[in-house]
Design a protein around this ligand. Sequence first.
Ligand code: FES
Length: 368
Amino acid sequence: MPDAQWTDVGNVEDLKTKPLQQVLCGTTPIALTYKDGAFNAISGVCNHVGGPLGEGTLDGDYVVCPWHYWKFHHKTGRGEPGYEQDQVPSYETKIENGRLYVDLSSATKRTKQAHKPHPLARPIIRLAGPIRVVGISTTVMTAGHPRYSGSDALLETALGHARSELHLETQCIKLRDLSFRACEGYYSKSAQACTWPCSITQMDSTDQLDRVYEAIVHWADVILIATPIRWGNASSLYYKMVERMNCIQNQETIANKHLLKNKVAAFIIMGGQDNVQGVAGQLMTFFSEVGCQFPQFPFIAHSRGWSAEDMERNVLEVQNSRELRDGARALVARAADMAKLMVGGQLPEHPLARGGRKAHQLDSEPTG
Ligand code: FES
């Protein structure tokens, strides 16, 4: 038996005021519970990706991690039924002279149960074959009552050209056909809490954004996004999708991991009203931040301006515009040419630490 290491963690009366709290025992984070008149201490570091257990909640006898809600028994540190082999250390406690002590030497062993990795977590390997283009429609419309969409029509033109004339592989994903949750801000808890694959995808098998992740991370060379302009911005579904792609960008920052490698992004932007430049800027900023390249002239767009409220005429203009259809075909051809260069290894790789972001913990380091 190692010598006891009783360490003072604070005044008993103060510690009794919270059923669960994270305390430091020396430098060791402890999830301290006060329940049914007794203190118990388990590790404050979750088995999953290190969430602060003491900042979570108590659910009966279990401490619930605030990051992704794994549960550990407040006395034994064991995982919930079915996950008992997932165990965080537990510690002895004692009270002396109104102070609470935790014996660090009494720590039980941390054990981790094997969890089947999510299929998206597999290594990213480009299989041999022609350039692959995924078209993503972000247009919203009533289910079962399709209407004409200029951006969708031009996306179909581009994909049809890619298939039949350029002999590329294509697939089209319409976000409106998928049921998926909005980003719930795991990143706002901690950068480490925003995981790849997305925390929601890992926890909710009914969430269908895995199809988009699968297509853009594991399959496509060209990502062709089509969006209408809504109040000067891309569609709400576009933003719902890209907020969920924070997990892709975050891998650059927390793990120097580049999930979108040799990918080309291009855009079709159709507006009844104005702000093509603003929307293009938004799209290009996001896709550059996840490591995509762009072809020369990376978007095609159409808008009749702020005062053009007669949408019927706008639809007719897009429907009858040979120039826009030719533009859509040329756009996908340019994107595929760029992708060929990249897939063929003709552009050198330039790894960029943390995606070009400065690490805050380095701020205090002396310079020179
Ligand atoms: S559940 Fe604790 S870190 Fe994910």
